[in-house]
Design a protein around this ligand. Sequence first.
Ligand code: DX5
Ligand code: ZN
Length: 219
Amino acid sequence: MKKLLSASILSANFGRIAEEVKAVEAAGADWIHVDVMDGHFVPNITVGPDVVKALSEVTSLPLDVHLMIEKPGRYLEDFVEAGARWLGVHAEACVHLHRVIQRIKELGVKATVALNPATPLCMIDLVLPDVDMVLLMTVNPGFGGQAFIPNVLPKIRQCRRLIDEAGLSTLLQVDGGVNPENTGELAEAGVDVFVAGSAVFRGDYAQNIRNLKAPMYQK
Ligand code: DX5
Ligand code: ZN
């Protein structure tokens, strides 16, 4: 299947966020990845539903919203009303993960379950048939520009196998430290959706996106 590039606005210039989103859309991004952080689940604080709504008015690309917040179940309606097309919650942040995922689907958007690098895949065995995408973090969430953690690669391969063996169409996404040196190996490991922030938002965005995508199809 076609590989998708989800551009993380965490590395964009927040003073010109609308222009930045239009620029990466023109440069060939497939989705816009919005990192929502609450200063509790992760140390950093970013944006909420109002910013998602503003972005939904300037781009036609799907908004891929990654909630790095405690008890994300409290905010699902707000993010869906704001225009999230994909809504992701961390398994580590949900006591009632099954319920949260069902609620996202009831709200009519795609449900993503995310796992930190040190969280084993067995945490999501029982919800795998229910989600539309699995997001495997390849850095510890909280900040852009961190180094890719190679220990996650076997987990990525194992997740791909689980999805395929179950005959599911669940997408597999990675987020963190994605750059032109690792997109080939990640594609080979079975990744469908690549989140990239710092590798996109510097210099020539179109060239950066071409550099990220080219190795995905080489193997
Ligand atoms: C990290 C965020 C990522 C971040 C990735 O907590 O979830 O989406 O923007 O940034 P890069 O691509 O710079 O590692
Ligand atoms: Zn993210």
